[in-house]
Ligand binder design. Structure first.
Ligand code: PRX
Length: 629
């Protein structure tokens, strides 16, 4: 195992100091602990105005040699992945580093044999099974750029992502198990592919055994795999070659394909994983995320594997077959570090606490939280019942765009503070800005921004560098702008207060309101719509859609059902609004801009806190909305 962690407060303080005094040397020291075919000739070039960021220039490597080959040399029989299936009656798999290496090489050869090569984009639309992890790594092995699409997305959303990246290959499965549900992945993929011209081959894994239609481009995984061996030298990549694309929602209808590159991403995910969770040799670490999201990429796969850890991969959901599944799995595999989302904690908190206490959780050392602010009640429930007040909780703030955790405490090393992500990691220069872009000092509240690049910052939006510039670098020139607000206490701890743009975090999922509005507007009776978030006790936020219809609505229930189905079909079930309200009009400024601030208040029931409505063109609509709420 590789050890990149500070194990004491003194080491941590020293690192912080070095990182601010010599940021490049600081990262070079960390990068030096990896295997490179050729070392870089320059650590960093950047210009946030352009914007352009490059790390470890001229360095040559393959991330899979760092995640696999080097551990095969030193710890071949250590378990790399523990696979816990959806159905607890199905046997868990323990995949050693040696076995994982062999499986990855074999699948890499399968991809090559079916026409994939360095630089090609391969879309993965798969359930949370080991073959997904293996395919991700196999793409990296041959230098193909993986684009994993969460298996809960609809055919339309999948097609949009395949087309945006011009993927030449799809890897999918007949179906996927999630709780009591079976998702017909192949059927959905087939529908998507009727809208995609770029895919030449679709490799289909058999998971559920359900009947599937068969097309010319389809190849069974097991048949294709039988034709290749497991010898596959790694493609040598440049530090700045793309490793993957991962889509995230934005303030316009089109998802943003965030591009991460090989060298910097590897260095940062490994470094942050080990420091934040204080992972030690032999520990069992479990992150409950899906590999379809960045958390799964960075902290189920790449970060843990890069340091030689044992990482649990779970196919199911927290409620199946009972609301104690998480705790049962923790006890079963003797999990040491457990990393989940506040929405899951809030959902489990509603159930009797003996569902937690009946399981032996004594192996737990560290708890983590990610994806949205964790409220005090959930934090304390997690601390009391899961951690037994004996496990530090790391509240980790980061994003798809940042590639790795930027603000957090380090378990047991730095101080935690409930509801605060706390301090920027060594090497991360966070600041608070006012609306004019001035840096705020001391205790304050404002807009969170980052002043200096870190190795795993996304380099661009696939095919749209201009949008990358506009979204992240234009509002506050010279800074990376993540889109979150924050407050800072006198000790410098940050508390993330939420999004300051039109993205709503629902159950930890980042949802742009614009694509949902576009979906609603597709309905023949919808003229215009506006979607905003409102506080929800389990999901954190839920969605409230205001719609203006063309014709009078006589059957409200039928319309609501149709609209929710339309959103599920266009984006996926996760984006379905909780509430849909037919209104006579939307509050607008004189220039025709919808006043979302007012809609947010109305959706939250804060009728007497609408704030300044003097610029409102049509105040009468507010009364109408209040009456029908
Ligand atoms: O608003 C922040 C919230 O999630 C956003 C990023 O979403 P996504 O790219 O999907 O990545 C989620 C997993 C890293 C952020 O802009 N967020 C994430 N973690 C936290 C958080 N908000 C508060 N506290 C957190 N720990």
């Amino acid at each position: 195992m590789v050890d990149l962690a500070y194990r004491s407060l003194a080491d941590y303080k020293q690192a912080k100091q070095q990182a601010s005094a010599q940021p490049e040397g600081f990262w070079e020291d960390i990068a030096n602990q990896f295997e490179w075919h050729q070392k870089w000739n320059k650590a960093l070039t950047f210009d946030f105005h352009k914007p352009e960021v490059k790390w470890f220039l001229g360095g040559k490597l393959n991330i899979t040699e760092n995640c696999l080959d080097r551990h095969v040399k030193t710890q071949p029989n250590r378990t790399a992945i523990i696979f816990e299936p959806n159905d607890p009656k199905e046997t868990a798999q323990h995949i050693s580093y040696k076995e994982l290496h062999s499986r990855v090489c074999r699948v890499a050869n399968m991809l090559k044999k079916n026409g994939a090569k360095k630089g090609d984009r391969i879309c993965l639309y798969m359930p949370m099974v080991p073959e997904l992890a293996v395919t991700v790594l196999a793409c990296a092995r041959i230098g193909a750029i993986h684009s994993v699409v969460f298996a809960g997305f609809s055919a339309a959303a999948l097609a949009a992502r395949i087309n945006d990246a011009d993927c030449i290959m799809l890897v999918t499965a007949d179906g996927g198990f999630r709780g009591a549900k079976v998702t017909p992945l192949k059927d959905i993929a087939d529908e998507a592919l009727t809208h995609c011209k770029s895919i030449n081959t679709s490799i289909v894994l058999k998971r559920t055994g359900q009947e599937v239609a068969w097309n010319d481009i389809d190849v069974w995984w097991h048949e294709a795999l039988a034709e290749v061996d497991d010898l596959c030298p790694a493609e040598i990549m440049d530090s700045e070659d793309p490793l993957f694309i991962l889509y995230t929602s934005g303030s316009t209808g089109k998802p943003k394909g965030m591009v991460h590159t090989c060298g910097g991403y590897m260095v940062y995910t490994a470094y942050s994983f080990q420091n934040v969770f204080q992972y030690e040799k032999g520990d069992i670490y479990w992150c409950t995320a899906d590999i379809g999201w960045i958390t799964g990429h960075s902290y189920i796969l790449y970060g843990p594997l890069a340091v030689g850890a044992t990482t649990v991969m779970f196919e199911g959901v927290p409620s199946y077959p009972g609301y104690d599944r998480f705790w049962e799995v923790c006890a079963k595999h003797k999990v040491n570090q457990f990393y989940t989302a506040p929405t899951a904690i809030r959902a489990l908190q509603k159930h009797p606490v003996d569902l937690v206490s009946k399981h032996d959780l004594s192996s737990l050392k560290v708890l983590g939280s990610v994806g949205e602010p964790i409220n005090a009640e959930a934090w304390h429930w997690y601390d009391d019942n899961v951690g037994k007040n004996n496990c530090p909780i790391v509240d980790t703030w980061w994003q798809t765009e940042t590639g790795g955790i930027l603000i957090t405490s380090l378990a047991g090393i730095t101080e935690q503070k409930p509801t605060y992500a706390t301090l920027p990691m060594p090497g991360i220069q966070a600041v608070l800005l006012d609306n004019e872009g001035n840096e705020l000092v001391c205790k304050n509240e404002g807009i969170l921004a980052i002043k200096h690049p870190w190795p795993s910052i996304a380099r661009t939006i696939w095919g749209d560098h201009e949008r990358y510039k506009n979204v992240y670098f234009s509002a506050y020139p010279g800074y990376y702008f993540p889109g979150d607000g924050a407050l800072r206490d006198a000790e410098g701890n940050y508390r993330i207060t939420g999004r300051v743009d039109d993205v709503v975090i629902v159950s930890g999922h980042n949802l742009g309101t614009a694509p949902i509005e576009n979906a609603l507007n597709e309905h023949p009776n919808v003229v215009e719509s506006a979607v905003v978030g409102f506080p929800h006790d389990i999901k954190g936020n839920a969605l409230h859609a205001f719609v203006i219809t063309k014709d009078a609505v006589y059957d409200n229930e039928a319309l609501v059902t149709a609209l929710r189905a339309l959103v599920a079909k266009t984006i996926g079930p996760i984006a379905k609004p909780d509430r849909i309200q037919v209104v006579s009009g939307l509050p607008k400024t004189r220039s025709g801009k919808i006043m979302r601030r007012i809609l947010r208040k109305l959706a939250s029931g804060e009728f007497d806190q609408l704030g300044d409505v003097s610029t409102l063109l049509n105040p009468d609509v507010i009364e109408n909305i209040k009456r029908n709420n």
